[in-house]
Design a binder for this molecule. Sequence first.
Ligand SMILES: N[C@@H](CCC(=O)N[C@@H](CS)C(=O)NCC(=O)O)C(=O)O
Length: 205
Amino acid sequence: MHTLYSRPGSGGFVVEAALAIAGAPYEVVHVEKASPPAGFEKLSPLRQVPALTLPDGRTITESGAICLLLSETFPDAGLGPAAGSQDRPEFLRWMFFLSSMLYPTLMRFFFCERSTTDPGGLEAVKEAAVIEADRGFSIMDQALTGRDWLVGGQRSIADIYLLMLAYWHPIADKPRDEWTNIIRVCEALKRDPLVAELNEMHRFW
Ligand SMILES: N[C@@H](CCC(=O)N[C@@H](CS)C(=O)NCC(=O)O)C(=O)O
């Protein structure tokens, strides 16, 4: 059994999607930001979700790492191309772009006070975060030109990760209208009954 520490609307969405697609047995522990369960910092030192306790009792954090691990643990689930395959480099590239460029940039908007010691500088931090996030989304939109999915002609967990981030956009609250390729991918994913069911709880759209 996997235990997913999460809350609605959080990065737990993409991990839960991976677990559900893989058909892995899991339970969800709801973590309130203001009042996490006792001892949560031992599992997730930054007190962030998602965190995933594996069936062997170890807990890992970092959404990108968790998704990659699940894609290896459940190789037949179609979460991503196998290690050593032709499409793996592209998969790794986008998984890291999403988790190490776009995700933290969006969080810089929502947790702007962590990026400046100047109380008068918060709006500037937020403005810069939106500009930088837009730069990242534009790169992803461009990469999707003429393709159905981000990687190798097949849906992967990278597409679902992109959907989640696109609906976190702090100004548009969804992908911006000009990102027509991202919108196309998101609309295709939203028609998937499993993704639609997860959204019942996460309420991204
Ligand atoms: N690098 C982490 C970021 C996780 C993260 O920022 N989670 C947010 C929710 S989406 C959170 O728990 N924030 C609370 C905080 O940072 O205090 C990951 O990819 O999993």
